[in-house]
Design a protein around this ligand. Structure first.
Ligand code: 5GP
Length: 201
């Protein structure tokens, strides 16, 4: 069986990354890695589904136990990828999606350069601010902080393999699917197909 692909997706919050990924994840071949965080749950978020919500000391314990693939501090909270499951799912042939910010993505790039790095960008920073205000889940102060963080993050986009601009949702979804398909069709990821082609040669 072919192994799955490790796909690292970064985007400033409010870019519509969640909506794009929800569409991608309708396909069973994809597995979403649930991160751990110390930030408080937003209304509607469920522990174990959106995040594993941990207390600061629990998160620090996880780091000490070598239980995270990467972690970062972002806007005053810890976020990290639990090790458990990621490689198990990849070995089962699933494409594992890590939805993480740039510092964490750069750590993954160091450790697992074979991963595929996709940056989702908003059409503009002012549009991003509009979207965050419309979502209404954060205070004006937090929005201002996130917008300035976003501008910083966007400057890292050229370290990623692909950039998907989310101006039109349908187009962004199609672009994301095209990226994954192209990666799946790379010869090194297509052992099974090649074996099939050569079967009666
Ligand atoms: P939010 O608080 O809006 O859910 O997430 C804030 C930022 O943290 C987003 O850019 C999100 O991609 C990132 N993030 C979520 N999980 C992880 C993780 O496990 N590791 C890292 N490094 N960043 C994460």
């Amino acid at each position: 069986m072919n192994k799955g692909i490790l796909i690292v997706v970064s985007a400033p919050s409010g870019c519509g990354k969640g909506t794009i990924l929800a569409e991608i994840l309708k396909d069973e071949r994809f597995y979403y890695s649930v991160s751990a965080t110390t930030r408080a749950a937003r209304p509607g978020e469920i522990d174990g589904i959106n995040y594993h919500f941990l207390k600061k000391d629990q998160f620090e314990e996880l780091i000490r136990e070598d239980g995270v693939l990467e972690y970062a501090e972002y806007c005053g909270n810890y976020y990290g990828t639990p090790k458990e499951k990621v490689f198990e799912k990849i070995n089962e042939g699933r494409n594992v999606i890590l939805e993480i910010e740039v510092q964490g993505a750069m750590q993954i790039k160091e450790k697992y350069p074979e991963a595929v790095f996709v940056f989702v960008a908003p059409p503009s920073v002012s549009e991003l601010k509009n979207r965050l205000e419309k979502r209404g889940t954060e205070t004006a102060e937090v929005i201002a902080r996130r917008v300035s963080e976003a501008a910083q993050e966007i400057s890292y986009a050229d370290r990623y393999d692909y950039v998907v601009v989310n101006a039109e949702l349908d187009e962004a979804i199609a672009d994301f699917k095209a990226v994954v398909r192209a990666e799946e069709l790379k010869s090194e990821n297509s052992r099974k197909i090649i074996d099939e082609v050569l079967k009666n040669a």
